[in-house]
Design a protein around this ligand. Sequence first.
Ligand code: AMP
Length: 253
Amino acid sequence: MTSVISKRAELEKIIQNWKDQGLRIGYVPTMGALHEGHISLVKRAREGADKIVVSIFVNPTQFAPNEDLDTYPRDLDGDLEKLKPAGTDLVYTPSVENMYPNGQTSEIRAGKAAEGLETDFRPHFFDGVVNIVARLSEHVRPDLAVFGEKDFQQLQVITEMVEALNLPIKIVGAPIIRDEHGLALSSRNAYLSATELESARQLNKILRSSTNNPEAALLNAGFDKIDYICERWNRRLAAAWVGQTRLIDNVEI
Ligand code: AMP
């Protein structure tokens, strides 16, 4: 059975009950509009835990005022349909007021891994992410939490944050799930028109190719703007825009 809980006190009662039974808790934080990428994280979490909690929370503090907070896709019923067969024990859907009582937003700052790349274009982003992950983890108290390698810099930032705060949580990275054309699945892919989708599907191919001018290749493929394409952590990582949609991806090098 999958319970859907929005109140912190109710969640904590269930978590405590599981902990009293010596059960290990696996946790997957998400912003909803779930796809096979998210479900793969749930499956990975099941390998290392007895009870699985998935949170669905569109975190306002990681969106800048000009970004897509209001239009970010939301589909709780669809999400629950996907989570139940994946073996999710509890879905936590806190409200904004629950997560940010008294309006307080930032207590901790993202560390060194946050320098450059995403931060050059979304300076607010990782401080928002580390704060919400720290807060949600305080509520869920997981033994293990799974994050996708799709957001590779985010995975590094969270690993660093958990080490810096000495939290007793094992952070696990899970591989990128792609469509049959290699496009990394993303909730934001729902924004793409048919022609934009064609362009988007070139991103992974260009990242894998040995072209010495990947920017030109992306523009040629129909991308409108490239935020970055560079190498770090033994990966080639990129963020680029097709129309109004920003895509990120990375491949091992
Ligand atoms: P989001 O709902 O976009 O905040 O993502 C929640 C989690 O799912 C993050 O850890 C993401 O890295 C992960 N994720 C999103 N897309 C994929 C994908 N295509 N493959 C693997 N993990 C993913």
